[in-house]
Structures are given as structure tokens and as C-alpha cells.
Design a protein. Structure first.
Length: 408
């Protein structure tokens, strides 16, 4: 991989994930400010999960068969920019939710397309892709810092406005135009017969005959349900308890994610797959417990610790899960198996969780005042039950040496 290609792919990934971070984190606070209920906020975030379910269908059945990935990516980002900018000025709950659904149908496929563009250009994807993907994490961090320290100096209470959505729309225009300059990535399935089952990874369903894999898959789906509470309502919670510069401070979670990715091989060799996954689950239990008991007075440290735990929450469960699936699946169905687990977690699990979170928030809201202790204890207990189930039923396995290499 030459320096020019590395620079192009790094800029692409920086913008790709930075756009997501610009609108996704603060959306809940903005919607609450314009009168959305908890259930309506949950429905708005649900559009992102629906987009995640639509994405593989679009990419697998259309983009991968007929058009160069970078051209499809360019068009989708330009369309998404127009839609998101339009949504940022809309009124009416149903109108905004419909607009977000259309936007996410444009944006979510570009995540897979960005990966396709990267992998096609890399000589050694296993070694080189992490150097590209880390720029996505940096993009998310920069978006949060930009909202607080740039936009926040110009717009009062910026996180409760639609300005971050306009920022994301501007980023989409830039990436859409930049995508036309990316190296050519021809459709990888051109001329091949591709079914919906292939796209969704259903051919890997045979792995469910393996008890350990079945428990892992079920646990992955279930643990994604309480995870959605954080993604949908953490920003609103932190703003309501009086934290300042929330968007910037929430990027501490992505910073810890990067740190734990670096030291993850150390833990992987010592804990093994079962205990890595379990630590990831229990980290969500601890995080929600900290949010339930913390405040911005004498217990502010608990709130900050809850944010920083994101690295353990994400890396130990999701990254370890990807390594586990890679090890369990035969080479010919490995991609299919990863798609199947992604559908269960980012699609079905988070969709159920997002819808549930909104209803829980409304159930613990009285006269406009949210009981955050009760709200956070709900996913805390839910995650604890799933962790206990996983610990009691999942058999620890000695994975092949390649799993440790993958972790590194």
C-alpha cells in the first residue's frame, strides 16, 4: 500500500465515522428539547438500526453486483447530506422520524462500502486495515470535540439544537465529493448469483448446531438490548445532570476504546474467549450501575468512569466476538458468519433495545422529570441476568493460535 492510497483511505474513514459521531451522539438531547417523548426518541434511534438491517441487502444485492463501491458511496453520501440537512429544519415527530429513516437508509450502507474500498486496496488487510480503521475512531473523537469547542462557542446549548446535524450534513457533502477521487473498487459479485440468504449470512446458520456458538449468538443478541440504552440516552442524561461539554467528554469512551484495543492481546492470552466476553458483559452492568448512582457533585467520578468503561464494554465483547466467530467458522462461510452476528447485534438486538429504552424512559418520567436512577438500573439488571446465563452455559474453549494472532 503506497502512501497516497493510505492517505486517501485514512481521510475517507476519518470522515465516514466522524459524520456518524457528529449527529448520533447529540440527537437525543435535540429531540427532547423540541418535545419528543422517550418512546419517540427511541423510535428515532430505531431508524439507525433499521438502516443497519437494510444495508447488507442493498450492498449485497445492488452495490456489489453492478457498480463500483466508491461511486455508490459518493452518491449515497450526497443524497444523505441533502436529506439530513432538510431533516435538521423539519417540524413534527412523524416527519422527522421518516426523514431520519431515509437518511439512515442512505448512510448505513456506506459503512460496508468504506470497508470494501479499503480491503480491495490493501495488500495485507489483517495487518493494514487497523491502521486505516483507527482514523474512524479519531474522526468520531474530533466530531465530539468540534461540537463542544467550536460550535459550542458560537451556539448556546448547541447539543440541544440541530446544528450538529447540519455539521454532519456538511461532512457528508465533503466525503461524497471526495469519494469520486478514491481508487476504483469494482463490484466484487458482478455476474454472480447472489441470494438474500447469502447477504444476511444465513448459510452460516448451521453453526447454531454447535451449543457454544448458539449460546454465544443468543447472548450477543440479548446483550445488545441493554446496550441500546447508552447509545440513545447517555447524552440526554449527562446534559440533564449538569455535565458541561458533554459531546467532548463522551469522546473519552472512544479514547479508551483505542487504548484497550492496543492492550487487548495481553488480556486475551490470559483470560481466554469466555472470560473476555464475560468481562465485556459485566462492564455494561458496572457502567449502568455507575450511571444510576453517580451525579455531578460528590459522585462525579462515577459518571466519568462509566464513560471511560466504553473501551472494555465494546472491545472485550464485540471485538472478542468477531475473533471467536472467525475461529469457529470454516473459511468458506467466515464472512457469512460475521454478517449473521452483525445482523443479530447491530440489527435485531439494538433495534429491540432502542424501542425498549424509549418506553422505559417514559415509564420513569413524571411531569417531565426523568428518574435516571431507575432508568439505568433497568438495563443494569437486564445485562446482569444475561451475563449470569452466559457464565453458566458457555463452555470455555481453547481457540487455535490464529485467534491470538487476530487479537494482536
Amino acid at each position: 500500500m503506497n502512501r497516497k492510497v493510505y492517505s486517501q483511505l485514512s481521510i475517507m474513514m476519518f470522515l465516514q465515522i466522524g459524520i456518524w459521531g457528529a449527529w448520533f451522539v447529540t440527537l437525543g438531547s435535540y429531540l427532547a428539547n423540541i418535545g419528543f417523548s422517550g418512546t419517540e426518541i427511541g423510535t428515532a434511534y430505531l431508524t439507525n438500526n433499521i438502516g443497519a438491517i437494510i444495508a447488507p441487502l442493498f450492498v449485497g444485492l445492488v452495490a456489489d453486483r453492478f457498480f463500483p463501491a466508491e461511486k455508490v458511496m459518493a452518491i449515497l453520501h450526497l443524497m444523505g447530506a441533502a436529506v439530513l440537512y432538510y431533516v435538521s429544519g423539519m417540524e413534527g415527530t412523524n416527519n422527522i422520524i421518516l426523514g431520519l429513516l431515509i437518511y439512515n437508509a442512505c448512510y448505513m450502507p456506506t459503512l460496508a462500502l468504506a470497508n470494501s474500498v479499503s480491503f480491495y486496496q490493501l495488500d495485507e488487510p489483517d495487518a493494514q486495515f487497523p491502521r486505516i480503521r483507527v482514523w474512524g475512531t479519531i474522526g468520531w473523537i474530533v466530531a465530539g470535540l468540534g461540537i463542544t469547542f467550536v460550535l459550542g462557542t458560537q451556539v448556546e446549548n448547541v447539543e440541544a439544537t440541530s446544528v450538529p446535524m447540519k455539521m454532519a450534513a456538511a461532512g457528508s457533502v465533503i466525503l461524497g465529493l471526495f469519494s469520486f477521487t478514491l481508487p476504483n473498487t469494482p463490484p466484487k459479485s458482478k455476474g454472480k448469483k447472489v441470494t438474500i440468504g447469502d447477504v444476511l449470512g444465513l448459510e452460516s446458520f448451521a453453526l447454531m448446531k454447535d451449543k457454544s456458538f448458539a449460546i454465544f449468538a443468543i447472548s450477543s443478541l440479548l446483550i445488545s438490548i441493554p446496550l441500546a440504552f447508552y447509545y440513545s440516552f447517555a447524552n440526554l442524561y449527562l446534559n440533564e445532570i449538569g455535565m458541561e461539554g458533554v459531546a467532548a467528554k463522551m469522546t473519552m469512551g472512544q479514547m479508551s476504546e483505542a487504548v484497550f484495543l492496543v492492550i487487548m492481546p495481553f488480556f486475551f492470552r490470559r483470560l481466554g474467549v469466555k472470560w473476555m466476553l464475560l468481562v465485556g458483559m459485566l462492564a455494561w452492568v458496572v457502567r449502568y450501575g455507575l450511571f444510576a448512582t453517580g451525579d455531578m457533585d460528590s459522585l462525579a467520578a462515577l459518571v466519568y468512569l462509566g464513560i471511560i468503561l466504553h473501551g472494555v464494554c465494546y472491545d472485550f465483547f464485540f471485538v472478542t466476538g468477531q475473533i471467536y466467530v472467525d475461529n469457529k467458522a470454516a473459511p468458506e462461510i467466515r464472512s457469512s458468519a460475521q454478517s449473521f452476528i452483525a445482523l443479530l447485534t447491530y440489527g435485531v438486538g439494538l433495534a429491540i433495545g432502542t424501542a425498549t429504552a424509549g418506553r422505559v424512559v417514559d415509564a420513569f418520567t413524571t411531569d417531565g422529570v426523568r428518574d435516571w436512577t431507575s432508568i439505568w438500573m433497568t438495563p443494569c439488571v437486564f445485562a446482569l441476568v444475561i451475563a449470569i446465563f452466559f457464565m453458566a452455559t458457555f463452555k470455555n474453549e481453547k481457540l487455535e493460535g490464529k485467534a491470538e494472532a487476530a487479537a494482536e
